[in-house]
Every structure is written in structure tokens, then in C-alpha cells.
Design a binder for this molecule. Structure first.
Ligand SMILES: NC(=O)c1ccc[n+]([C@@H]2O[C@H](COP(=O)([O-])OP(=O)(O)OC[C@H]3O[C@@H](n4cnc5c(N)ncnc54)[C@H](O)[C@@H]3O)[C@@H](O)[C@H]2O)c1
Length: 343
């Protein structure tokens, strides 16, 4: 499959090597508004100078491609993704789908109108820890999910860039991973959300970078999510710490270990064991790319395509609305529900 990569600086480098290493992908163009990033990426991959373009429009005039990978900052995703689909290409973009829910809905509409596949890369699903937890829940190991706690505690300085200027950098650029994992691991969808967000005095983010969010899920379970990107120590890893409780027991994920508490009767722990991790096969971006190529070729819906991912990004923008207004907010509006109903 012939690919154009748009945005090759920063995390774009991860996709440069993923596409370069893949036997299914041939990169026919690289696009970036920053000439230095473009040249560095081209050189690292060992491509000819003729693959470099300053805009997707210029690239499309010069080359024929089947797909686009978009790794620009979130506020540019809509323009790139919609233009690519309208030009007849299938698309992978980095998370989050976009920087506003208005943009997400426009991307959903464009996918529907063009009939193209649009996948949002949710790479956190494709690692042994999260894959294993989702598998255990799916197989009924802990019964029906009733309550979940997720704590993500980190202090991360990006030294400037788009995150330090965003209104809600943690919720929009980071929590999308955790909110998507909540759906993936529990197999449930979020219905409504309440929460608060704040910025501690020492934070070097302009927007609010800590939050405490509560989701109500579609089986009545509640998920409590507490997170900070400007924490002062005792950090979790990037997945966060998880406590997933069901009618038959609990899964605890902490320090890269999953522990299963078997609790068949009310609160009496019968057995505790460390769970052996399962591998998803390919990991991370490599999994996303492989699934995308295989599904598009087979005419099937890839995982985490726009119709699925709108339920995860919907959690993000509903949470933003909840912390802004102090009110309980429905995750998806009626129009979006209608658009994805039969998918
Ligand atoms: N999945 C993950 O684990 C993960 C990790 C980091 C970043 N990301 C995501 O990747 C995306 C990019 O983040 P980043 O950290 O690489 O940002 P960045 O700012 O470091 O790099 C973005 C690149 O895009 C280029 N760019 C900006 N506007 C453009 C446009 N209109 N057309 C072409 N190129 C343009 C910039 O020049 C830069 O080279 C974001 O959506 C981010 O959330 C995902």
C-alpha cells in the first residue's frame, strides 16, 4: 500500500520507522511545514529528496497514494484527514481524533460521505498489559464490571509545544489513551460524565493539567479517573494504575504486574495470583498499521475506526464540558448517536 505521511517531526519519527520497516507499506511522500523536520526524517529513513513536500496538496499533485498517516498536532488533524478522504484515500491519524468535538463530527461525516476508512491510532490497546486485562474481562474472569479506578500520576515537561498552550492538555492529549482503554478493557461504553479540573501553582502548562473524572457506563458501573501531568513524584507508568472490580473478583494493575483477586463470595478473597501476560502479536503502531492494511484490503472495518473512536473521543470532550460547567454531561449527543447507530 502506498502511503503519504503528514507530520514527520516529534512522534512522527515513530511512524517514519514503522512505515519504513513494514513489508506492507511503501512511503511515496513525506509532508511537513518544517523543513528541518522534513529533511531529518527523510535522511533517517534514507529516502530520496523527491519524497519531500511542504503540503499535502503539493504531494497529491505529484504522487499517487492509497493512504495517509497524519501525525501533526491535533488542531490540524481535521484538515489533513478530511482532505485525504476526499482525495480518495484511507487514513490513519494519531490520537486524539481532533482538538474539538465539532472537528470530530466533521471527520465522521466525511468518512460517511466518502466511504473511506479512517482509523485513529490507539496504540495503548496493543501491549501485553492492556491486551491481557481486556482478554480476562472478556472471558468473564471477574464477572460483571461494577466499579473501576484509574490513577495516572506523572510530571512531564514537553519544553513547550502545543500541549503547554492547550486549554485542557491532560484530558485532550493524554486522557484519550486512558478513556479508550476504559472502553477496551471493560468492554463497556460511557454514557455520562461529571468532574473537576485544576492546575496546581507550580504547573508550567497554561491550561488545567490535573483532573478527577467520574464516568457512568452503559451497564450502570462507575469509573473514577484521577490524573495529573504535573505531579511531583511517585509516578505511575503511562498506562496508569488500574483497579477493575467485577461481581466475581478484581484485577489490579500496578508496577507492570496484573494481580487477579478471585472473590466468588461477597468480600472474601479465595485466591490471589499474578497473571501471566498475553501478547497481542504485533505491538503498538505496528499492530495498528497491520490491522489497517489487512482490513482495508479485505473491505472490512479496521479496529478503532472513526465510528468506534468517536465513543472514546466523545468521553474526552464530554469530560471537558463537565469540568467547565460543573454539570453532568451526556457523552454523545443524539445526532452523533444516530450517525453511528447502525455501524
Ligand atoms: N500514540 C502516542 O503514544 C503518541 C505520543 C506522542 C504524540 N502523539 C500524537 O502525535 C501527534 C503529533 O504530536 P508530536 O508530539 O509529534 O507533535 P510535534 O509538534 O512534536 O510534531 C508535529 C509535527 O507536525 C508538523 N506539522 C504541524 N502542522 C502541520 C501541517 N499542517 N502539515 C504538515 N505538518 C505539520 C510540525 O512541523 C512537526 O514536525 C499528536 O496528535 C499527538 O497527540 C501520540
Amino acid at each position: 500500500m502506498r502511503f503519504i505521511q503528514v507530520g514527520v517531526g516529534g512522534f512522527g519519527q515513530r511512524w517514519v520507522s514503522c512505515l519504513k520497516e513494514s513489508r506492507d507499506a511503501q512511503v511515496v511522500a513525506m509532508v511537513d511545514v518544517n523543513e528541518k523536520s522534513l529533511e531529518a526524517a527523510r535522511e533517517s529513513a534514507g529516502y530520496d529528496k523527491s519524497v519531500c513536500f511542504k503540503s499535502l496538496k503539493d504531494a497529491l499533485k505529484a504522487v499517487k497514494a492509497d493512504a495517509v498517516v497524519c501525525v501533526t498536532p491535533p488542531k490540524h488533524h481535521r484538515k489533513v484527514v478530511v482532505a485525504a478522504m476526499k482525495a480518495g484515500m484511507d487514513v490513519i491519524s494519531e490520537k486524539p481524533m481532533a482538538a474539538s468535538f465539532i472537528d470530530c463530527k466533521a471527520m465522521l461525516r466525511a468518512a460517511e460521505q466518502t466511504g473511506r476508512s479512517y482509523v485513529v491510532s490507539q496504540n495503548y490497546r496493543y501491549q501485553p498489559e492492556t491486551w491481557t486485562m481486556a482478554d480476562l474481562v472478556r472471558r468473564g474472569t471477574i464477572g460483571e464490571i461494577g466499579q473501576v479506578n484509574v490513577d495516572f500520576i506523572m510530571g512531564v515537561d514537553f519544553g513547550g509545544g502545543f500541549r503547554h498552550a492547550m486549554e485542557y492538555p491532560l484530558l485532550v492529549d493524554m486522557s484519550i489513551h486512558h478513556f479508550d482503554l476504559i472502553r477496551f478493557i471493560t468492554g463497556l461504553d460511557a454514557v455520562s460524565v461529571t468532574g473537576v479540573a485544576w492546575n496546581p501553582p507550580w504547573s508550567n502548562y497554561k491550561g488545567k493539567c490535573s483532573s478527577s473524572i467520574v464516568f457512568e457506563m452503559n451497564n450502570g458501573a462507575h469509573v473514577v479517573y484521577t490524573a495529573s501531568w504535573c505531579a511531583k513524584g511517585q509516578f505511575t507508568n503511562w498506562n496508569g494504575d488500574w483497579h477493575v472490580e467485577g461481581s466475581k473478583g478484581t484485577l489490579v494493575y500496578r508496577n507492570n504486574v496484573i494481580t487477579h483477586y478471585d472473590v466468588p463470595e461477597v468480600y472474601k478473597v479465595k485466591k490471589t495470583r499474578e497473571v501471566k501476560m498475553k501478547s497481542p502479536g504485533k505491538m503498538s503502531q505496528e499492530f495498528v498499521l497491520n490491522d489497517f492494511v489487512k482490513s482495508v484490503k479485505a473491505g472490512k472495518r479496521p479496529r478503532t475506526d472513526v465510528y468506534d473512536n468517536v465513543r472514546s473521543i466523545g468521553m474526552v470532550f464530554a469530560a471537558v464540558q463537565a469540568v467547565k460547567t460543573g454539570k453532568r454531561v451526556r457523552v454523545l449527543d443524539a445526532e452523533t448517536e444516530r450517525m453511528i447507530r447502525n455501524k
